[in-house]
Design a protein around this ligand. Structure first.
Ligand code: ZN
Length: 315
């Protein structure tokens, strides 16, 4: 396997919205991200197309713990206890005890939670490995922005497994979009991450939503520009409806199927909510009296460490 093998997890029957990657590592087959529990049957079907079963998989390399990327980790490890799970230090406690993660995701998704994501099972602590600079032969590095605890993996074949750090782009479309959900998107950190992705000069970017792309410079340039555009729309005071309308006006080249996949991968109301929080409470604390310096201080304090995942959003 020299080219990344993208498995379409066909989330709730929808193609090209959530994927994960099958790759060969120094210690056997691995999955880069694993999707939500509701997608495990499709995950098994995807592995079967490559002559594999979950029992053959040795490692899960998780970019971050949002449910569309990692929700199935606990259920998979429960059924296959030899599988080792690699995740950032901030994300790890929430795999071992996902109760807070689940409570906040249930607040966000309400009654749709179970149908969208299914069970969120704990991963035994002994199966969890903190990602630092290397994991089973892949180079790793922190890639905050979309989420504070996001990490990327680089295979020696030149593939950079980007999770959500290189945005969302539904193959074969060329349009690159920045998913900016609450609570801990950090636009400034994301710019630095985009710089780092460029600096590493990968041969290809492997995106979970959705596909493998080799026009690295154009792709990352568009991600940077669009992130700035969307931040500006919100900073200029757009309402959620105005934001969604303006964003959709810029998606003209997408057909209906692409649009559906985009909205499943990154609901625009979430991107608005994340940017609004970022603009009001982090970038411009105290502006418009919306948030006193004292309150902004508390927000920043709350954002430290693992507490950042408290008000978790999917993308
Ligand atoms: Zn995410």
């Amino acid at each position: 396997m020299s080219v990344p093998e993208l498995l379409d997890l066909r989330h709730l029957g929808l193609e090209r919205s959530i994927g994960c990657y099958l790759l060969e590592t120094a210690d056997g087959p691995a999955l880069q991200d694993c999707g939500p529990t509701t997608c495990v049957p499709e995950l098994k079907a995807g592995l079967a197309e490559h002559g594999l079963e979950l029992t053959d998989v040795r490692h899960l390399l998780l970019s971050h713990i949002h449910l569309d990327h990692a929700g199935a980790a606990g259920a998979i490890v429960r059924a296959h206890p030899r599988i080792q799970v690699h995740v950032s230090a901030i994300g790890a406690p929430h795999l071992v005890d996902p109760s807070r993660l689940e409570a906040s995701a249930r607040r966000l998704y309400g009654s749709a939670f179970d149908e969208l994501w299914g069970e969120l099972a704990p991963v035994p602590e002994e199966n969890v490995h903190i990602v630092e600079r290397e994991a089973v032969g892949l180079e790793c590095f922190p890639s905050p922005g979309h989420a504070s605890h996001h990490v990327c993996f680089v295979h020696e074949d030149g593939t950079l497994y980007a999770g959500d750090a290189a945005g969302v782009r539904i193959a074969p479309s060329r349009l690159v979009l920045p998913p900016t959900p609450p609570p801990d998107i950090d636009v400034a950190a994301w710019y630095a991450t985009i710089d780092e992705l460029e600096r590493r000069a990968p041969k290809r970017l492997a995106l979970v939503h959705f596909g493998v792309f080799d026009d690295i410079g154009r792709h990352l340039g568009e991600l940077r520009d669009r992130l700035g555009e969307w931040e500006q729309i919100v900073e200029d005071g757009a309402t959620q409806d105005e934001f969604v309308e303006r964003v959709h006006a810029g998606l003209g080249e997408l057909d209906d199927d692409d649009l559906e996949a985009v909205e499943r991968a990154m609901p625009m109301w979430q991107s608005y909510a994340g940017l609004k929080r970022w603009v009001e409470k982090v970038k411009n604390p105290g502006r418009d009296g919306a948030s006193s310096p004292e309150r902004a201080g508390r927000v920043r304090g709350k954002d430290a460490g693992s507490a950042r995942i408290r008000e978790y959003g999917r993308d």
